[in-house]
Design a protein around this ligand. Structure first.
Ligand code: SAM
Length: 222
């Protein structure tokens, strides 16, 4: 497979973050170079976020690994992602949950819905469905979800997402504007909700009804 050596070296370096074998093996199978714009292909296996156009980014591989690890994804899960972007994080989650699971991903930028769908198709992921919608209100038609992964930073934890999480489910979400923290939100079997702060992160803003209300800066290609 193309870039196999670069991908293996990148995944080996992610071990320092205490990532499970299941997530590492899944990342070994996902061709990240198919999810980055052609101009960045030589940096596809550098552990860094990259511009994907429209002021948005594909998250750094270590961040994808940390989020998937916190989610504790299992075979057959139904997962909601907010912010499809390039489709890469959805592909990694789809690898972990296997063919019996489904990832529903939402994206607010029509061009990114189109490109994430074509990236996912090129990489062979059929169990990811990308929707053009405001993910800050969730995706009620397929709720409840076993896991929810929010890949843009929210002003606070959106109530519709908590409601759409199954009892026993987990959500990861960055919260904050200038200073952001990643939270792991767990809904216990009796419906009570517990959240734990993981640590500081940097994400683009979640824009929408339960997100921030400003527009992100227009993307300029250098
Ligand atoms: N998961 C992506 C990947 O693997 O490439 C990275 C996503 S990028 C850090 C965050 C994405 O969230 C952007 O594509 C942005 O357009 C999207 N976004 C922001 N607010 C949103 C909303 N309310 N609903 C859906 N997508 C949103």
């Amino acid at each position: 497979m193309e870039f196999a050596k670069e991908r293996a070296e990148l995944v080996a370096r992610l071990k320092v973050h205490g990532i499970s074998e299941k997530v590492l093996n899944s990342m070994l199978n996902v061709p990240r170079h198919l999810f980055v714009p052609a101009v960045h292909i030589s940096s596809a296996y550098v552990d860094t976020p990259l511009n994907i156009g429209y002021g948005q980014t594909i998250s750094a591989p270590h961040m994808v690994a940390i989020m998937c690890n916190l989610l504790d994804l299992q075979e057959g899960h139904k997962v909601l992602e907010i912010g499809a972007g390039s489709g890469y994080n959805a592909a990694v989650m789809a690898e972990v949950i296997g063919n019996t699971g489904t990832v529903y991903s939402t994206e607010r930028i029509p061009e990114l819905v189109k490109s994430s769908k074509s990236n996912l198709k090129a990489a062979g992921y059929r169990n990811v469905k990308v929707n053009l919608s405001d993910g800050s209100i969730g995706l009620p038609e397929h709720a409840p979800y076993d896991r929810i992964c929010v890949t843009a930073s929210a002003p606070s934890i959106p109530e519709p997402l908590v409601q759409q999480l199954r009892s026993g489910g987990r959500m990861v979400i960055p919260v904050g504007e200038m200073f952001q923290s990643l939270y792991l939100v767990m809904k216990k079997s009796d419906g009570t909700v517990v959240s734990k702060e993981w640590g500081g992160v940097v994400f683009v803003p979640l824009i929408g009804r339960h997100g921030f209300h400003f527009e992100s800066k227009p993307y300029r290609h250098h």
